[in-house]
Design a protein around this ligand. Structure first.
Ligand SMILES: Nc1ncnc2c1ncn2[C@@H]1O[C@H](COP(=O)(O)OP(=O)(O)OP(=O)(O)O)[C@@H](O)[C@H]1O
Ligand SMILES: [Mg+2]
Length: 499
């Protein structure tokens, strides 16, 4: 049996757990022993060659790749001539050696596929991906845990971090903005584990959220107006529910004239405005020194004459400083937090204020929250993998010891289709108090959209808006102009979304 046959045979075995089409990277079948032995030998020779080439680092990336290609071709044609390889095998060998040497090895094809949102590696033999909101197991494997560990080291060292027994956990961000977490033994019991969270290439605008049916055109309009009118907004949701993505889309509506300061644990926000200062927290070093917390950065940012402060995610003591900033003129601030409902978000805020160690009476904390925050947006990941804004709630004030809140928009599930959750956004019939602030800014909003009987509109497949389709369909290949041109209803709404 030729090497090619063996490769083809193993291709048949490489099946997905549920038969989904995972695209090209599933075509790269597990390696046969001969193939990986040859690859390893060539890799060893390459390492020797690179180590004995003194000016190697002076070549740029492309030059290095070309040199590697020439070196491997030369080796195959001379020292390894006895091993017959056809063109496909040869190309794969060269491609994989270059990936090993220059890229992230077996992860490269996954990283190159823009439709994959998460890459999750649990030890050398289990690689999962999230695609279209669903998790699949791939046939991609690493040779062993040592190989995986090498790739993890390469990933984290590229962004100036390191991982070893002394600091076995790393949170970092790749040059393309993807977020990476790696954790290795002894903390990870069954071998190194790597989680890569990528952002959809087309995310970051309200238009994308509209296309995906995550918000209705009316909700998008109100939320964008709220940002422009400098309301303080908290986005609440579970892990991976789309909080950061919504935060990114909303912050796109901050006027270009404002000075924005962002504070994040690992910088994920991609603001388009010119006047942005991005701050990132720093973990303590091995000696336990040098930590710079989000709280330190919030306090510092107040001395930087900010027009807006955006905190990527509120996790602890910085909450108190954020609330105080919101209450002392730094309005228009945006943040996210982990909570399952707007009411839950309020209790999370209270708990996090207590982390600051300042002993404030409970009522005092509550009234700070009530006067600081205007809107809580709840985002959720539904069982079909889609992400929706499921509630937009307004904080009205205090009644006795209770913070009063009213829902303005809600998502209502109407049924379940095949692998699909059906539903729609609707208005609760309450006209929000914050509307005054929006109107005062000169932004017009049709008050009827808050009526209970109002039917929300979505973008549909042909780019038109339509009232309440139960499954909003992406207007995937349409430009915004085409969408706006084809619009029969609520043309104004969509035009206003135009940036
Ligand atoms: N509305 C959406 N529709 C489809 N996919 C989305 C949507 N919002 C976010 N995503 C995708 O879901 C993944 C998680 O998004 P995001 O990082 O914004 O969530 P998060 O709530 O901030 O997560 P975390 O809790 O880890 O901070 C990303 O891959 C993103 O591209
Ligand atoms: Mg996030």
């Amino acid at each position: 049996m030729s090497l090619k046959d063996r490769l083809n045979n193993s291709a048949k075995k490489a099946e997905l757990t549920d038969g989904a089409d995972l695209g090209a990277f599933m075509g790269d079948v597990p390696l046969s022993k001969e193939f990986s032995d040859l690859k390893e030998k060539l890799h060893g020779l390459l390492v020797d060659k690179v180590n004995t080439t003194p000016d190697w680092s002076q070549y740029n990336d492309n030059e290095q790749k070309n040199l590697i290609r020439q070196f491997i071709e030369y080796q195959i044609n001379t020292n390894f001539r006895s091993i017959p390889l056809n063109k496909i095998e040869r190309d794969r060998l060269i491609r994989e050696i270059i990936q090993e040497a220059k890229g992230f090895g077996p992860l490269d094809p996954l990283l190159a596929d823009p439709s994959i949102s998460d890459i999750l590696v649990n030890g050398a033999k289990n690689v999962y991906v999230e695609k279209n909101g669903k998790l699949y197991k791939t046939s991609i494997t690493f040779k062993d845990n040592h190989h995986l560990r090498n790739i993890i080291e390469r990933i984290v060292s590229k962004v100036g971090r390191r991982i070893d027994e002394k600091s076995p956990m790393v949170d970092a961000r790749l040059p393309d903005g993807s977020r990476v977490n790696a954790i290795i033994p002894p903390l990870a019991i069954d071998g190194p584990s790597l989680s890569i969270r990528r952002f959809r290439a087309d995310s970051g605008t309200m238009e994308s959220l509209l296309k995906w049916g995550s918000v209705s055109a009316e909700i998008a309009q109100v939320l964008e107006a709220a940002v422009a009118a400098r309301l303080n907004i908290v986005i609440s949701g579970g892990t991976g529910a789309g909080k950061t993505t919504l935060l990114n889309s909303l912050s796109a509506k901050i006027p270009n004239t404002e000075r924005i300061i962002t504070i994040e644990d690992s910088a994920e926000l991609a603001l388009q405005q010119e006047h942005v200062v991005r701050l990132e927290t720093r973990p303590a070093n091995i000696e336990g020194e040098g930590q710079v917390s989000a709280r330190d950065l919030v306090i510092n940012s107040l001395r930087m004459r900010p027009d807006r402060i955006i905190i990527g995610e509120c996790r602890g003591a910085e909450t108190l400083d954020m609330l105080q900033a919101m209450n002392t003129g730094h309005d228009g601030s945006l943040t996210t937090l982990h909570a399952n409902s707007p009411r839950d978000a309020l209790s999370r805020l209270e708990t996090m204020v207590m982390f600051s160690g300042i002993d404030l009476p409970e009522r005092n904390i509550k009234s700070q929250i009530a006067s600081a925050i205007n809107i809580i947006i709840q985002v959720s990941r539904l069982s079909d993998g889609t992400r929706k804004v499921t509630k937009v709630s307004e904080i009205v004030g205090m009644e006795g010891d209770v913070i009063t809140m009213q829902d303005i928009f809600v998502w209502e599930q109407t049924g379940t289709g095949v692998n699909k959750v059906m539903g729609m956004h609707s208005s609760t019939g309450i006209r929000p108090k914050f509307l005054d602030k929006i109107v005062a800014k000169g932004i017009e909003i049709n008050p009827q959209i808050f009526d209970k009987s109002y039917r929300h509109t979505y973008l549909t497949k042909n780019g038109n808006t339509s009232p309440m389709p139960s499954t909003p369909v992406a207007a995937a290949n349409k430009t915004r102009d085409e969408i706006v041109k084809g619009t029969t209803l609520n043309v104004d709404l969509l035009k206003r979304l135009k940036r």
